[in-house]
Structure formats: structure tokens, C-alpha cells
Design a protein around this ligand. Structure first.
Ligand code: PRP
Length: 185
């Protein structure tokens, strides 16, 4: 039987550390939104963020709602917000009542989240903040800083806990670094 663990060079963020990260960020969100009079809406960006969302949402005590968007970004644009295609948009009539927290697995160039923050504000959201499990600040193309960050990481090829290579490895319970031979073959 194939075993995805064979393709892992090393564990970068362990299950224990991931548990600590989701506990910390959930507490921060409770502190910031616990008194909100509006709908607190976690919007996860498919697909990589689903595992993080699942763990995070179960630790947040504030009543929250969830929704999903699917987007793809491409480089080369001159606009600071980058170029982002929206494949699945929010279908809500009550966006003006929503305090949105965008949930991502990783921020790389920063194009996806910087664009979505502007997009959702233009659509009339009450407020928009961003939350990412992983942050690669060395890869930024646009000036962007997430409000909640699990951990900064170096520019390595990471997989697991939702993150993929060629749609594989998403179900691994930790964030690991992929062996070069796994993506060069
Ligand atoms: C990844 C990640 C973010 C985006 C970050 O998604 O989940 O959405 O890229 O990159 P940026 O900061 O350079 O915009 P990906 O396109 O790999 O899709 P997936 O989550 O479905 O795997």
C-alpha cells in the first residue's frame, strides 16, 4: 500500500504544536469578537484551509457561522492587490451584518488575501480580518500582514494538515516538508 509518510522529509509543525496554535488563535478571536452584536463569519478559502478551519472553529466559544470561497491567484499584475479569480463566491444577502474572518492555510505572495479583503469590504461586509495557519513572509509580492498568524515558516515545500502537492498529502495530521524526489518525479 502507498504511504504518503514515505515522501515526508521532516515534520515542520507537529500535531501538538498545531493544537497549541488553534487554541491560541481561538482565544484571540473570542477576545476580539466575543462582544460582537453582528454575525461572526469564518470564511475558509478552499481547499487547503479546511482542516485548520475544522480544528479552529471547534475551539472558538463565540457563536460563529462558516462559509467558503474558492479562488485562484496569478502573478504578474501591477495592482497591489494582485489578480485573483473567484470560482465560488459568498451567496449571502446579509453581508452587511457580517464580521468576516478569512481563514487560510498559508500566505505566500499575499495576493489572495489582500485582494479578498478589499473585495469583501467593497461588497459591504461590516468588517474583514484575516487568519492564516502558516505565513511565508519571504515570498511576499504585495504588502500584506494577516491579523492572526499561526506560525511563520521558511520558504520550504510544505504539505499536510490541508496543504497539498498535486492534491496529495492533505490528510496528513502535521505540516511537513516534502522530499524533493516526491515533486521532481
Ligand atoms: C494557496 C493557499 C492560498 C494561496 C496563497 O492555495 O491556500 O489560497 O495559495 O498564495 P498567495 O499568498 O500567493 O496568494 P492554492 O492555490 O494552492 O489552492 P488549494 O488551497 O486549493 O490547494
Amino acid at each position: 500500500m502507498k504511504n504518503e509518510l514515505d515522501d515526508v522529509l521532516k515534520i515542520l509543525v507537529s500535531e501538538e504544536e498545531l493544537d497549541g496554535i488553534t487554541t491560541r488563535i481561538a482565544a484571540q478571536i473570542d477576545e476580539d469578537y466575543g462582544a460582537s452584536e453582528y454575525r461572526v463569519l469564518l470564511v475558509a478559502i478552499l481547499k487547503g484551509s479546511v482542516v485548520f478551519l475544522g480544528d479552529l472553529m471547534r475551539k472558538i466559544k463565540t457563536p460563529i457561522e462558516i462559509d467558503f470561497m474558492k479562488v485562484s491567484s496569478y502573478g504578474g499584475g501591477t495592482k497591489s492587490t494582485g489578480n485573483v479569480n473567484i470560482h465560488l463566491d459568498l451567496q449571502r444577502a446579509d453581508i452587511a451584518d457580517c464580521e468576516i474572518i478569512l481563514v487560510e492555510d498559508i500566505v505566500d505572495s499575499g495576493r489572495t488575501l489582500s485582494h479578498l479583503v478589499e473585495y469583501l469590504k467593497l461588497k459591504g461586509a461590516r468588517s474583514v480580518r484575516t487568519c492564516t495557519l502558516l505565513d511565508k513572509p519571504s515570498r511576499r509580492d504585495v504588502d500584506f500582514k494577516a491579523n492572526y498568524v499561526g506560525r511563520e515558516i521558511p520558504d520550504e515545500f510544505v504539505i499536510g494538515y490541508g496543504l497539498d502537492f498535486d492534491e496529495k498529502y492533505r490528510a496528513l495530521p502535521f505540516v511537513g516538508v516534502l522530499k524533493p524526489e516526491a515533486y521532481e518525479k
